[in-house]
Write a protein that binds this ligand. Structure first.
Ligand SMILES: [Zn+2]
Ligand SMILES: [Zn+2]
Length: 204
């Protein structure tokens, strides 16, 4: 019997039914086409957001909005990884598959990321801050997201290419994958791990 908790409610499923549902609809194992779909979908969206966001607007404040969207992404990357992917049932089950099989093509399906980015980030931004702020900051935020998807793929599947910063990112993420995974939740930067005290240089 598998149980999934939603607040105070508990859903009980027989192991076989749960396994079937999970394999059929939720398993994060992906074909190469689905895995790399993000790189076909997000760059045109970012270009469109920049085009319409910067149109007829003061350039300096618009660039500042794009930059702040990128910086806010790096914080979101840390918080979502630390608190959602490691602690919320279902998301953690999907994420732990990546921890166990880090060389498999396991990622967030594009439809799922599009849904959350639209509903949780873009729509509230548009509602509370208006179209200009929403488009510019979202262009930065999505640039951060697609950078994260690439860096996370690269630290597992590629060499450092002789780049010192890439060696550092690979080492930093290897520490996260070791043991109980309590450290180094940032993938593209270690700044938030340093701020929140979860940075470790080495596997002890
Ligand atoms: Zn993790
Ligand atoms: Zn990883």
């Amino acid at each position: 019997m598998t149980t999934i908790e939603f607040g105070e409610k508990t859903l009980r499923l027989s192991s076989r039914l749960w396994q079937w549902l999970y394999d059929k609809f939720l398993s994060p194992h992906m074909s190469p086409v689905l895995f790399f779909l993000d790189f076909a979908v997000y760059p045109p969206i970012i270009v469109a957001f920049l085009f319409f966001g910067l149109k007829n607007q003061p350039i300096l404040s618009s660039v500042a909005l794009v930059a702040s969207g990128y910086i806010i992404w790096t914080l979101a990357e840390y918080l979502v990884h630390r608190f959602v992917l490691h602690h919320i049932p279902l998301f953690s089950k999907m994420h732990f598959e990546h921890h166990e099989e880090s060389l498999e093509l396991i990622g967030t399906p594009t439809l799922m990321s599009l849904f959350f980015l639209t509903v949780v980030v873009l729509m509230p931004l548009y509602y509370f801050a208006g179209i200009h702020i929403a488009l510019c900051s979202m262009a930065g935020f999505l640039t951060g997201y697609i950078s994260y998807v690439w860096v996370h793929f690269a630290v597992h599947h590629k060499g450092s290419g002789g780049f010192k910063f890439m060696r550092k990112l690979k080492r930093q993420h290897a520490v996260h994958h070791h043991g109980t995974s309590e450290y180094n939740f940032g993938v593209t930067t270690d700044i938030w791990d340093k701020i929140f005290g979860t940075k470790r240089e080495k596997i002890n």
